[in-house]
Design a protein around this ligand. Structure first.
Ligand code: SF4
Length: 619
């Protein structure tokens, strides 16, 4: 937290939006105090201090001279015994301001405080009152406040007075509050937080600071289960005056034991910190240089930076770059921090050319192929994929699909046994029996008689189709199974670990047939996306079989839109050339994911599930 000020300066000079996720700092921000004041005013419109606070804040968009004049007149009136209230002056002379506040109050009561905060952000003229470099931060902080208000509304309901009180309480308590309780990846801003408060959270890209710091030793007076109260040094009256420092034996033993424990703790601490990153980890630490020779001095022993540096010596996996090699804008940051102008070097992992992800999932690859901007939204900002969201009961939302997939992974594709997995409402004991075996995460969907009925209908039609009959026959065959369902895989290909899970595949004499089941319609689940995902599966299977020297077979892929008539089904035979070209695209995607250049596929915008939140859409 000691670096917060420098970090803020750096982000502001680079105009990068950020949120300090430590409540103490967050709630004492000027814009947050102004916003809490406005919400309080809406809840208590007769309170003159809230009214005065709002008038003086950028949120009122009043010209500074006018707010000042009205406040001065009200103050002068009070001093001269004139009981004309500030609200009366405004009501008389600026009725439009009172109407505006009344309108806001009504909206807050009807639609919730979070809605009016978001509305404020839609017409952000008030931002012009802030310095240009502060505007993005102010915007991000206010947007974060909308999330806090929304959380309150979800747990406590829509209450303007309650929400205002909760916010005031947060501001008041924030002085003692050191760690964040709420963080949110949805803000398009960098989250700045302490490592302790990041426990349990994950982010696509994580930068760690302070890696040069050494772990602290035990305090000079400590308690120990083994030795009782420990003083590290002999008290003055027990040592010879000429001896500066005399350590006690118990202190030495204690230090020996505790230092080891603290070092272990420090390693765990940095382990926790490093594993917060999903895609990219940047470790920042300062090394000193010898003032006479200009040579880099090794980082302090036992620091995290030293741990990393030792791996450089051991395996030559690290390299030093001067600041110019790393980023031309780094100088600005250094200036903003008021740092020295001496030479600065960075310890960087040796450049692997081209750098690529070590692991790529089928869905990440499909997303990158669909539109790199969508990949950024999903995998860098952690936003939920729109078309996997629940779309209402029976509408093909994610739980509906998961329940259908669960049945498809167990059922023998015979209509006679369908109700064993999806019982109707009339047979209570049968329903209870099956419910016990349903995975916990889809039980809610299973409880819906309408969803069970709709899935039964969809699967009934599937069982009647040619493919359904063939699968049923395949399953009833004696001997080694030729059909696999819900099969997770991890296949390593040229340094890239490909992971995913196939819905179903079966083996025929000359081919392997891979299928993906979709319970939504193609408008909701775009075909190109799932086709690319299936090609990824096919390529992984091709590499797997090659590695195991299994007989060469044609790999055939297809998407089964279970709600659509079977004649619409698209089957693709993957030739060796098609598989090789998929492989090139997969490795290309693993490289481009690390380039941080996320292009847009405008041709998909009009039917892209991200179009409602994507700022780059082109429709
Ligand atoms: S809306 Fe357009 S630019 Fe945005 S993610 Fe979708 S396809 Fe890409």
């Amino acid at each position: 937290r000691t670096f917060y000020e420098a970090i803020e300066d750096a982000f502001e000079s680079e105009e990068i939006p950020y949120v300090l996720c430590t409540r103490r700092d967050y709630f004492t921000r000027g814009e947050i105090a102004d916003l809490v004041n406005l919400i309080s005013l809406l809840a208590e419109p007769d309170d003159p201090s809230y009214l005065a606070g709002w008038m003086a804040s950028p949120l009122s968009e009043m010209p500074p001279g006018l707010a000042e004049e009205l406040l001065a007149r009200s103050k002068a009136g009070r001093e001269s015994g004139d009981l004309l209230l500030l609200s009366d002056i405004i009501r008389k002379e600026h009725p439009e301001l009172i109407s505006y506040l009344e309108e806001m109050k009504k909206k807050a009561e009807l639609r919730g405080v979070s809605a009016i905060i978001r509305e404020l952000l839609c017409s952000p003229e008030f931002l012009t009152s802030y310095e240009p470099e502060q505007r993005r931060r102010v915007r991000a902080n206010i947007s974060y406040m909308a999330e806090i208000a929304a959380e309150y509304e979800v747990s406590q309901g829509r209450s303007l007075a309650g929400c205002a009180e909760y916010m005031r309480f947060s501001v008041k308590e924030s002085k003692q509050q050191e760690e964040p309780e709420i963080t949110d990846e949805d803000n398009d801003a960098v989250n700045v937080l302490t490592i302790h408060s990041a426990k349990g959270l994950e982010y696509p890209v994580v930068a760690l600071g302070g890696a040069e710091a050494r772990p602290k030793g035990p305090p000079s007076v400590d308690t120990s289960v083994r030795y009782g109260v420990i003083a590290k040094q002999m008290p003055d009256f027990l040592k010879y005056p000429e001896k500066k420092e005399v350590l006690t034996v118990a202190g030495m033993w204690h230090e020996e034991r505790e230092t080891m424990a603290l070092l272990e703790e420090d390693k765990r601490f940095w382990y926790v910190a490093s594993t917060r990153a999903r895609d990219k980890l940047i470790i920042c630490g300062l090394t000193k240089t010898d003032s006479s020779s200009g040579e880099e001095l090794p980082p302090a022993k036992e620091s995290f930076l030293s741990m990393i540096s030792s791996s450089r010596e051991a395996g030559d996996k690290w390299t030093l770059c001067s600041e110019e090699e790393v980023s031309p804008s780094y100088k600005n940051i250094k200036r903003a921090c008021g740092g020295s102008t001496g030479p600065v070097y960075m310890l960087y992992p040796k450049i692997v050319s081209p750098a690529k992800l070590a692991r790529l999932s089928a869905s990440a690859y499909a997303m990158l192929s669909w539109c790199p901007t969508a990949y950024r939204l999903a995998y860098r900002q952690g936003r939920t994929m729109q078309w996997t969201l629940r779309g209402g009961e029976g509408a093909g939302g994610s739980e509906f699909g998961s329940l259908a997939h669960w049945v498809l992974s167990k059922w023998d594709f015979s209509n006679d046994t369908l109700s064993d997995w999806l019982p109707g409402g009339e047979n209570e004991s049968e329903y209870e029996r099956v419910l016990k075996n349903v995975p916990y995460e889809v039980r809610e969907e299973f409880r819906s008689a309408l969803s069970r009925k709709q899935i039964r209908e969809i699967l009934y039609n599937y069982a009647m189709s040619e493919e359904g009959k063939m699968l049923s026959a395949l399953l009833s065959q004696k001997g080694e199974s030729k059909l696999w369902r819900e099969t997770p895989f991890r296949v390593l290909d040229d340094g890239l670990l490909m992971v995913g899970s196939t819905d179903i595949f079966w083996e025929e004499t000359d081919r392997i047939c891979l299928r993906d089941w979709k319970t939504t319609t193609e408008e909701i689940a775009p075909g190109e996306y799932y086709e690319e995902q299936l090609k990824f599966y096919a390529y992984a299977m091709y590499i797997f079989r090659k590695g195991k020297r299994l007989p060469e077979k044609m790999i055939e892929i297809g998407i089964n839109y279970l709600r659509s008539p079977s004649e619409k089904k698209k089957i693709i035979e993957m030739s060796d050339e098609a598989l090789e070209s998929t492989g090139e695209r997969v490795h290309g995607a693993a490289v481009s994911a690390l380039l941080d250049i996320f292009e847009t596929r405008y041709e998909y915008c009009s039917r892209c599930p991200w179009r409602y939140i994507c700022s780059k859409k082109h429709i």
